[in-house]
Design a protein around this ligand. Sequence first.
Ligand SMILES: [Zn+2]
Length: 153
Amino acid sequence: MKSEVDKSDCFVVEGKLALPYTYFAGKVGSKFITTIRDQKKILGVRCRQCNKVFVPPRQTCAFCMEDLQNNWVELKNEGVVTNFTVVRYNDKHLPRKAPFILAMIKLDGTDTSMPHILEGIQPGDVTIGLRVRPVFAKETTNTILDIDHFAPG
Ligand SMILES: [Zn+2]
């Protein structure tokens, strides 16, 4: 049986908190984002032990823990869809109004996929392996959304 808390002798204030914050993306994450912003290039990191290439870049290898922060590789701005879903609900934290396509995109020459928005195609026409390219934002937000979206091409 669920019991209610008796608040009859309590002074209760109902309110909302605004919680501004600053997020530091770290040395590796910062270079990744600022290179997208300033040069319209997507960087990854390569592990010298495993030869795996990670995008988004990581400070250490997910497989062997090798330090990766100075092993930058410049990638071609193209890749393939490895998975996708259609987001069919609205939420103020989502980057687009529903419906929109959220795809996992594996850039050529990498071993990982990254999530991003896919536009310029109807959901029913998306296939695994679809070739895509990034479309960079006209105005920077200093976030991953400096790649505005990916599109077939
Ligand atoms: Zn490794």
